[in-house]
Design a binder for this molecule. Sequence first.
Ligand code: FAD
Length: 497
Amino acid sequence: ASGDRVPVLVIGTGYGGSVAALRLARAGVPVHMAEMGMAWDTPGADGKIFANTTRPDHRSFWLRTRTRQPLSQFLGYPLDKDIPCYTGILDAEEFAGITVYQGRGVGGGSLVNGGMAVTPRRENFPAILPSVDPAEMYAVYYPRANAGLGVTPVDPAWWEGAACYQYARVGRKHAQRSGFPFVFVPNVYDWEYMKQEAAGAVPRSALDGEVLYGNNHGKKTLQKTYLAQARATGRVTVSPLHKVTTVTPAAGGGYTVLIDQLDTAGAVTATKTVTADRVFFAAGSVGTSKLLTRLKATGALPGLNDEIGQGWGDNGNVMCGRANHMWDPTGKLQASMPTAGIDNWAAGGAFAEVAPLPTGIETYASFYLSITRNPHRARFSWNAAANRVELDWQTAWKQPSIDAAKTIFDPINAKEGTIYRTDLFGAYKIWGDHLTYHPLGGAVLNRATDNYGRLHGHPGLYVIDGALIPGNTSVNPFVTITALAERNIEHIIAADL
Ligand code: FAD
């Protein structure tokens, strides 16, 4: 409530925020979490909490009147449609040169993501987080994160025969025929539930294409893992539809935090003032960077250093599809949870997730989200006249990512006698180079903060989310975000509390 004083306020309920809340609460500290998105715990008129990927509705997008689907076209037909403006689950946040997709709601990105839970290869770690000791990450914090998230491998024997992973087996065949390493990757989806879906024994979720706008069953989101455990301590409260707008030093110590309460149309219905001894920024790479950039520029947090807003990267995301021959169907039933990747990082700077294209029809398409070694880093800045934070990423900066992805798919196309799809991202457009699912950086560890996420210049302020990671993790990022948060919060609890 307005006027309250709390020991810890956490901004955001994604991976970083959930780890902080659980560990602080277990250490005996009461924690309050403010989340701008909805709780996602109440079914809509159709009896379901979440909308299907193929039938987006008002629940699907954050405050937009028209959908902005990552695949904007199919066979030449535009897919986007008008929807009522609502505090929906997926934010397609548009900056000048890139659309950044993010989850909105209690659970953050875990609500909308593919659940693909990848630990980077250890030899790549020094480039990911140069100031962090790999030995302790791989011995302690990656295992702790994987356990906390409920990460498990798919049963390989079941996978080999499952109709819903035909697309992944085609992906493997093509990778191996061209000599590329094919790797299984674990996921947070409940594989027993998926087996039951395949057997027709339970309502379908992954096998009904659910992912981008939420999974009604099967996926172990943060609501079911870290946040459930945090609430079980009795010391954590969560306020959904509460957006933090300002953090500034309070007269008697601690920080004054201004929070807008939103209705489901996005209108501000109340503004609350809370005083917090400590504030954890866990609003995601973009959310944390936007807040800190504005608070520094407007003088609310004058002690922040010049690294704020710097070092932002897109994890080298680029998408593409390939058109297979008729003898390589990828299946009309495709599980929305990916299980595999093609690892050409060492030789070509690309790790390609063998992604589903769950349209419900046979497309003969193979679809991939490549994570690539892209050297470009963008910077957030405050535009006072326009009253907004801007990001200087340029679409042309995706070219190194396209070049890296081509080290995998040009040889595969040559070997298979196939071509790229040109109908998925606009007419005659091969590369999905307009977006990222993996924003990283903006308040980089050991630069904007110390080596544990303490913001320079303001004791008691911390960053604990993807903003700490300088732009690339060489694989999908949430396991690394979680593991880094586990490392940092352990140190902070021991040293600061
Ligand atoms: P987030 O999870 O983004 O959480 C930040 C939270 O803060 C959000 O809930 C947000 O609403 C809230 N917030 C923001 N600003 C404010 C504010 N001012 N006040 C209050 N609350 C605020 N990664 C993988 O590893 N594997 C995958 O398979 C995968 N698939 C993905 C698929 C999609 C479609 C998307 C969008 C992402 C995917 N990702 C995947 C990426 C992954 O979800 C993110 O890297 C991860 O969620 C980032 O964690 P975080 O803790 O930094 O922030």
